[in-house]
Design a protein around this ligand. Structure first.
Ligand code: NAP
Length: 265
């Protein structure tokens, strides 16, 4: 999708993929200025470790503690995170809803994508945010960080505005009844053999289900959502939007989103 964008904008550059092992990341990033790169996207497992390896972070990336975009400025590497705003744009395009109007239940809140989505929800003032993570301590740590951004000003409400939930059926059932949007930001669903992170019996027709996983066919979570009569969307729209925002970060110009969408699909 980035090559299509480069061609469409008449930029004589190329985008390519590189497989970099965790212990090579520092050296690989440091090679970027000398090799004439204008920037890179980073994906699993580099988003969190890269935060400590770049020279500067923008405000959002500093809050999130994970980066997916690096821009080369002279000899300097500047880290940013387009996963959060990309997710927000994806929800708007797929469900015609703004995060500020939604009660969100987020699975995988401890990873790089989950942290970015949680911060985006908080900064847009979502109605409610329930954080779920296999390693619950990471969700608890995130909730501590988000507390000031998501202050509960309501006099009384049936459920707290910001909550950490154990990944257990009973707790999830109660929370899902108080949610509009269920998001999977865990890596469950990436492998063909993965089960759905939530069973269809936990889902309900009133829900919007967003799976950040993108696959050729329907992801296990979206199959469960369809079985439950819920509406669902997979991670292609987020992939597109975060990629468009990265393009804008590197080139200081609007991305040709339609061209990128066509190439991606
Ligand atoms: P990450 O930093 O490695 O985080 C992985 C997350 O998945 C953690 O919360 C981890 O929980 C959880 N997890 C892993 N295996 C699990 C299991 N068996 N059961 C329950 N939870 C499990 O990875 P990431 O970069 O955030 O990516 C996470 C997902 O987001 C991936 O599926 C990726 O495709 C998707 N993503 C999509 C886009 C897009 O544009 N569509 C962009 C970014 C990421 P623990 O904390 O307990 O390890």
């Amino acid at each position: 999708m980035h090559n299509a964008a480069l061609t469409s904008c008449g930029l004589k550059m190329q985008s390519a993929r590189f497989q970099i092992a965790p212990d090579e990341l520092d050296r690989a990033l440091r090679l970027l200025p000398a090799l004439g790169f204008i920037g890179v996207n980073l994906t699993i497992p580099h988003k969190i470790p890269a935060v400590g390896l770049v020279d500067e972070l923008d405000d959002f990336a500093r809050k999130v503690g994970a980066i997916n975009t690096v821009r080369v400025e002279g000899e300097k590497l500047v880290g940013s995170n387009t996963d959060g705003p990309g997710f927000s744009r994806a929800v708007r395009s797929d469900f015609s809803m703004d995060l500020r109007d939604l009660r969100v239940l987020l699975l995988g809140a401890g990873g790089g994508a989950g942290r970015a989505i949680a911060w985006q929800c908080a900064l847009e003032g979502c109605e409610r945010l329930a954080l779920v993570n296999r390693t619950i301590e990471k969700a608890q740590q995130l909730a501590t960080e988000l507390k000031t951004a998501l202050v509960d000003t309501r006099v009384s409400a049936p459920v707290a505005r910001l909550e950490v939930i154990p990944w257990e059926e009973r707790a999830l059932r109660l929370q899902i009844a108080n949610s509009d949007l269920v998001v999977n930001a865990s890596s469950v669903g990436m492998r063909r053999s993965d089960p759905s992170p939530l069973s269809a019996s936990l889902l309900a027709p009133h829900l919007m289900v967003y799976d950040t996983v993108y696959a050729r066919g329907r992801t296990p979570l979206l199959a469960a959502a369809a079985e439950a009569g819920a509406s669902g969307s997979d991670g292609h729209s987020m992939l597109l939007q975060q990629g468009a925002l990265s393009f804008e970060t590197w080139f200081d110009r609007d991305a040709p989103v339609d061209v990128m969408r066509k190439a991606l699909l």
